[in-house]
Design a protein around this ligand. Sequence first.
Ligand SMILES: [Zn+2]
Length: 306
Amino acid sequence: MSINDNASLDTSRMGGGGGRTGGRGPMLAGGGGALGLVVAVILVLTGNGDVLTSGGDGQPTAGGDDRLTHKCRTGADAAQDRECLMVLGENSLHDFWSSQPDLARDLSEAGADFRGPRQVVVYRGRTQSQCGTASNQIGPFYCPLDESIFIDTDFFDLMERRLGAEDGTLAELYVLAHEYGHHVENVYGVLEEAQKDPQGPSSGAVRVELMADCFAGMWIRGATRTTDAEGRPLLTDVTEADVRNAMGAAKAVGDDEIQKKSGGGVDPEAWTHGSARARQAWLLRGMGAESITACDTFAVAEPNAV
Ligand SMILES: [Zn+2]
C-alpha cells in the first residue's frame, strides 16, 4: 500500500472528541488476544453491532477534531499514524463517492445530491452518538440517526493480530470503506431494509452488509485515482498483497467463520452479514465493478451463493 507522502489531508469532516473520552472498555481490560477478538467481532458484527439505530441521548461533538487537525497534515502522517490513516481514508472515500456518475444520476432523479457522512469519528474507549454510547465492545459502526461513522482504532489491533497481516493498511481502510458503504446505502434509502428483515442467509440485513462490502471493493478499485484538494493523488499503489489482506479481513468477519470460532455450529438462519465466502465474493465483485448496479445484492436470489 503506497501512500503519497506529499498529499495534504482535510480533517474538516472528522468528528471531534472521540479520542479524548478515554477509558479502555472492559473487553480490552480483560486482555484482548484471540478470544478477545472473537468476542469483539461477535459483538461488532452480529445483533446491533455495525449499524446501530436505536436512539440515545448522546450527541457527537460538533466542529472537527482539533487533535487530528493538529497532527494529521500530510500523507506522510497517515503512513505513520493510524488515526491519520483514517483521515486519509475519509478524504479518499469522499472524493470517490462524490464523483460517481451513476450514483449522482440516481440521486438527482430523486431530487437529491450526494452528501458524505456528517462526521467520521475516530475514537478509543468510548464515544457518544445519537445511536447511544458506544464503546470498543461495539467497534466500528455507522449511525444513520446522525449520519456518522464511528471507528474504534483498538479494533484494528485485534483484527490484525487475528489476521497476522504484515501490513494491515488496506484491511483497516476496508473496514472504513465498508462503514462508508452503509452511508451510501443510507443516502440511497436501502439501509432500512436491514431492519425490516434482520436475519437469515437471504435477509435484507445480509444483502445490505454484502452491498457495503461490494461498495468497499469499488472504492479499492478507484482508490489510486482519488486526490486531495490540490489534485495530488492520496494513494499511489494497491498491491496484490494489500488486496489479500483486505480479503482476509472480509473472511474473518463472515458469519460462518465467527460461528465456528465461537464454538457453535454454523447456522445460516442466524446470519446477519453473510458467509465468509460471500463477503469475499462481493468485495471482489466490487473491485471489478464498472457501475454501482454490479453491487445490487437485492437483484440476486441468493446473495450468499454468489
Ligand atoms: Zn456493516
